[in-house]
Design a protein around this ligand. Structure first.
Ligand SMILES: [Cu+2]
Length: 107
């Protein structure tokens, strides 16, 4: 339940209300300096949780615009990001530029 509470706080921070039936999330694991999966396809309205399992901080930073940079996600912490419009959102880690991934939002 701690995890759910943490997600609720994160979602409220990005403006998504926590309502049991509406809570749709997908998780991208950050581990060994990789985003997994590196391409995540989500339905519109899904919040993406980035879970950092490394001991070092990472960021989820947009290659272009399109979503708000995560800032530093400390080791063993997580952050929810909302991808609002349909389309592709390539991103990278600003600390380790070789780390790249993409979220695709579909109907
Ligand atoms: Cu990184």
């Amino acid at each position: 339940m701690r995890t759910l509470a943490a997600i609720a706080v994160l979602l409220s921070l990005i403006g998504l209300p926590l309502q049991a039936k509406q809570l749709k999330t997908k998780t991208i694991i950050i581990e060994a300096f990789q985003f997994n999966p590196s391409l995540l396809v989500v339905k519109q309205g899904t919040a993406v949780i980035f879970e950092n399992r490394d001991g070092t901080p990472h960021t989820v930073s947009p290659d272009n615009a399109g979503f708000v940079d995560s800032g530093r996600i400390a080791g063993h912490e997580r952050k929810a990001i909302a991808f609002k419009a349909l389309g592709d959102y390539p991103y990278h880690c600003a600390i380790h530029p070789s780390m790249m991934g993409k979220v695709r939002v579909v109907k």
